[in-house]
Design a protein around this ligand. Structure first.
Ligand code: SF4
Length: 222
């Protein structure tokens, strides 16, 4: 089994409740979506084919032996849209078999059912402002594991905020999983978003993209 790999890099997790943790990222190439604010357009096409075994050997060499607990080695499969690769669930299962904590970043446009339950799923529910909100698979909601998985909204403007708040309220999603509201970089003022979350009493967590705060928006491989 082969995968088109755009890049593999070690950094800190920039998003979600695990932000700040050292993490090895595997970025697969290719995405059928075209979000208005996409910051990884370089992953649409560029990449080198790698056999599953070689990819796993590279991960083992970089992360070392598995450990338990909060300092356990952490690996995330991202993209592009990793689930656009039919073999992605098998890759995720193989990473779990190595004994690591494994996360998946996905747009929720592909079926999550084949993804192993133990994989931490960070699901980016696309908003109307992204231009790709219609790609959402509603059945994916049932695949989210309470206390483990996360639902993320990248908000481009005030209309996105209102839409995301209503969408979450209708489904009471914050009773089941962590909900992250993230301002689209350079489009929505984080201070405005923080104020609105507090004023509206939303059980959502403000998320800033830590890697962009540290290294700037244009730096790759961080
Ligand atoms: S799903 Fe992600 S990689 Fe694909 S276009 Fe949207 S932001 Fe870019």
């Amino acid at each position: 089994m082969k995968f088109k790999v755009n890049e593999v890099f070690h950094s800190v997790q920039g998003e979600g409740t695990r932000a700040g943790r050292p993490c090895l990222f595997i970025r697969l190439a290719g995405c059928p979506l075209r979000c208005a604010y996409c910051d990884t357009t370089y992953a649409f096409h560029d990449g080198e084919m790698q056999e599953l075994e070689a990819l796993l050997a590279g991960v083992s060499a970089r992360l070392g032996p598995p450990l338990a607990g909060p300092s356990a080695p952490f690996v995330e499969l991202t993209g592009g849209e990793p689930l656009a690769h039919p073999g992605a669930p098998e890759l995720l299962a193989s990473l779990l078999d190595l004994g690591y904590e494994v996360a998946l970043e996905t747009a929720g446009s592909h079926d999550l059912a084949p993804v192993p339950r133990e994989v931490v799923k960070i699901v980016d529910r696309k908003t109307p402002g992204s231009g790709e909100g219609h790609r959402w698979l509603e059945t994916n909601l049932a695949c989210l594991v309470p206390g483990q998985d996360e639902l993320k909204f990248v908000l481009g403007d005030e209309a996105d905020y209102a839409w995301a708040s209503a969408w979450c309220a209708e489904r009471r999603v914050w009773d089941r999983v962590e909900v992250l509201f993230s301002p689209a970089w350079g489009r929505l003022d984080p201070a405005w978003l923080a104020r609105r979350i507090v004023e509206d009493g939303l059980p959502a967590r403000l998320q800033l993209q830590l890697h962009k705060v540290i290294w700037g928006a244009a730096t790759r491989g961080v």
